[in-house]
Ligand binder design. Structure first.
Ligand SMILES: [Zn+2]
Length: 101
């Protein structure tokens, strides 16, 4: 592998920092969405909610857009479901949000 110049190294480090920041933001947003679902549907914890979704008792999904908390019932593997509020394919199932699917 060719050696990187100092500028290339700095650019790579900057890119990595940006990717880490995006990942942290995404992670925080996912946790906020899961907390919102717990609050709306009255589950005590994520395990209880995940079980209900997994066994199709209540197959929940939530819009992943920043200012929207539209929830609906979705297939357990849904990762691009329709949001009736935003009119975008931004609804993900709880199992997808938890990384279980
Ligand atoms: Zn939405």
């Amino acid at each position: 592998m060719p050696e990187l110049t100092r500028t290339q190294q700095q650019r790579a480090a900057t890119r990595q920092k940006i990717q880490c920041k995006k990942a942290r933001t995404e992670h925080r947003r996912t946790l906020a969405k899961l907390r919102k679902l717990l609050e709306i549907y009255g589950y005590d914890n994520l395990e209880e909610m995940a079980d209900a979704v997994y066994f199709n008792i209540r197959p929940l999904g939530i819009c992943t857009n920043a200012r929207c908390s539209f929830t609906t019932e979705v297939d357990s593997d849904q990762d691009r479901g329709w949001c009736n509020k935003c009119s975008t394919n931004s609804v993900k199932s709880v199992l997808v949000l938890l990384g279980l699917i």
